[in-house]
Write a protein that binds this ligand. Structure first.
Ligand code: ZN
Ligand code: ZN
Length: 333
């Protein structure tokens, strides 16, 4: 009969605690290796084929690996800008052929123009996907800067010429790393950010996150095909306390020129990992209750809370758990 101490839980009670895990568990080396970071996460998932919460795509892994390439190789193979470009401030009477005619002379694959769900009206912005980054750079060339934003003159009828905002995404903005220091305990300091505005930079996210303490690294996840931000990021704090503060706060009020958003901060949960309590390989969850803020497998979660007589069933965070609805996150604050 299950006495509540099965599943290797006895080992946890007899001293295999969180610190033991950090020093000796399968991922113990990560703590000892100061270079462990998102880079390592990328390599790990690539090496072990364990897909993490956001699939770390081949590009991202390659990008993180780029430090190992020679300078000449790097300049040839490392892309600098996303093939997808945001165009904003389109006139109300704009039609698709107007956009196309302004793109004449540039090699693009298609225009992605979202419409409002409620009334089917086209949005005042669209995305243009160019065939390669050379075409993007050609398109961006000659744009004029006004207050840190870029505008390009476009014609919408014989008489109507307007300044349209263009926002190319430069890939240097996808990665940020502190000049000094390393995370004390990467496993317990890595968070997942959801609902990240597509034109937010890793540096802006790091600045916003620094209210919880020093940040080591921020990595914005990119689409494989276009290298455009997926709207999610991974951040590593230098200290476990910063991670705990962020996990208690759950939502980050993120404001930068052009956007204000509530960003969800969640623990970084791998599809499967080694449970720090029973040391068995399993799918992981996280207790988001302020008294716990720790990782475990589902079974240890149940047993631990049974023993401590805490009902934290509403605090269980797994992959795909969201605190707020999407409309709530994008609401202005
Ligand atoms: Zn467990
Ligand atoms: Zn708990």
């Amino acid at each position: 009969m299950d006495d509540g101490f099965s599943h290797g839980f006895r080992r946890f009670l007899s001293g295999f605690d969180q610190d033991f895990f950090n020093n000796n568990g399968i991922f113990g080396f990560l703590k000892k290796d100061p270079l462990f970071s998102c880079k390592a996460l990328g390599n790990l998932s690539k090496a072990s084929s364990v897909s993490s919460i956001v699939s770390i795509d081949s590009y991202a892994a390659g990008y993180w690996d780029s430090g190992f390439e020679s300078t000449s190789e790097k300049s040839l193979t490392t892309p600098v800008v996303s093939r997808r470009v945001f165009l904003g401030g389109l006139p109300k009477d704009c039609a698709l052929h107007n956009i196309h005619s302004n793109l004449r002379g540039y090699n693009f694959t298609h225009v992605d123009w979202p419409s409002r769900k409620s009334n089917n009206r086209m949005m005042g912005y669209c995305f243009v996907e160019f065939v390669d980054e050379q075409e993007v750079l050609k398109f961006v060339e000659g744009a004029s800067e006004i207050g840190g934003r870029w505008f390009k003159s476009m014609r919408f009828s014989r008489r109507k010429e307007m300044e349209i905002e263009i926002r190319p995404f430069f890939l240097t903005n996808a990665e940020w790393e502190a000049d000094d220091g390393y995370p004390e305990d990467s496993f317990n300091s890595t968070i997942f950010l959801g609902g990240v505005p597509r034109d937010a930079t890793a540096k802006q996210l790091a600045d916003a996150l620094s209210v919880y303490g020093p940040v080591f690294q921020v990595s914005i996840q990119l689409e494989t095909r276009t290298h455009y931000p997926k709207g999610v990021a991974i951040a590593v704090f230098k200290k476990k306390e910063c991670f705990k503060r962020a996990m208690s706060a759950k939502l980050l009020l993120f404001g930068a020129p052009g956007f204000r958003r509530r960003i969800e901060m969640k623990p970084f949960i791998d599809k499967s990992g080694v449970c720090p309590m029973c040391l068995e390989f399993s799918s992981m969850v996280f207790c988001g209750h302020i008294d716990c803020l720790n990782y475990s497998c589902n079974e240890c979660y149940r047993i631990y809370h049974e023993i401590t007589q805490n009902d934290h069933s509403n605090d269980c965070i797994g992959r795909g758990t969201f605190y707020t609805s999407f409309s709530d996150r994008s609401r202005r604050f």
